[in-house]
Design a binder for this molecule. Structure first.
Ligand code: MD3
Ligand code: FE
Length: 204
């Protein structure tokens, strides 16, 4: 599979349409058990434009009081997170290839105006494990650079069914979502984009 950068491996169309529909059904079940919440930036208290939930033993959450972290329960209801959908686990095994199971699956919901600023994923102790990303619904313009925020960046479009494995030299690369391309997919009846990221949190 093509490497977009060292350690950044792209699997276009990893999931066919039928598998994408099953994944969306699995995510709808998860959202029923663990409703979407709107995280806030730790220092400023500013709300993310992306709404989130999680599956797995641990979920990523953020608020002003305690900052970015992983925790075993939903920040509003206190309920444990629902299980990670089987098809998502398949991408972790077949594309990610890490020896230990993922502990978290962060579910990001983007409506047409949502975006995600440039950041690094570094709240995990297991930095040797890759992050495995699954895109569903509308395409997006994704941006990534190097390990310095000020470094030069490249843009790629991610489409429904694509999987990206972020490992090796790219594991701490800065990245973000510049824009959702509304109307580019019929997968989600209301439009928008879902991104799942599977993560190993604890060092094994
Ligand atoms: C990292 N989500 O939740 S995941 C996040 O599409 C997050 O929702 C994005 O960043 C999203 O933390 C991106 C996939 C991804 C793809 C390419 C990368 C992460 C990457 C390239 C370099 C570094
Ligand atoms: Fe990220």
């Amino acid at each position: 599979m093509p490497e977009l950068a060292p350690g950044l491996v792209y699997f276009p169309d990893f999931f066919d349409r039928a598998a994408q529909e099953r994944l969306v059904a699995g995510i709808r079940d998860a959202v029923r058990a663990a409703p979407l919440f709107t995280p806030r930036m730790p220092r400023t208290g500013k709300e993310f434009s992306v709404r989130m939930t999680n599956c797995g033993e641990l979920g990523w959450v953020s608020d002003t009081k305690r900052g970015y972290r992983y925790q075993p329960d939903h920040p509003v209801s206190g309920a444990p997170w629902p299980p990670i959908p089987d098809l998502a686990l398949r991408a972790w095994r077949e594309a990610g290839g890490y020896r230990l199971a993922p502990e978290a699956c962060l579910v990001n919901f983007y409506d047409a105006g949502a975006r995600m600023g440039l950041h690094q994923d570094r709240d995990e102790a297991a930095l040797d494990a890759p992050v495995v990303s699954i895109s569903l619904g509308d395409s997006c313009v994704f941006r990534f650079g190097g390990r310095e925020r000020s470094g030069k960046t490249k843009s790629v479009r991610l489409h429904s069914g694509d999987v990206v494995v972020i490992g090796g030299a790219s594991r701490l690369a800065f990245h973000g979502v510049d824009r959702i391309m509304a109307g580019t997919s019929t997968l989600l009846p209301q439009g928008g984009r879902i991104n799942l990221t599977l993560r190993r949190v604890s060092a094994g």
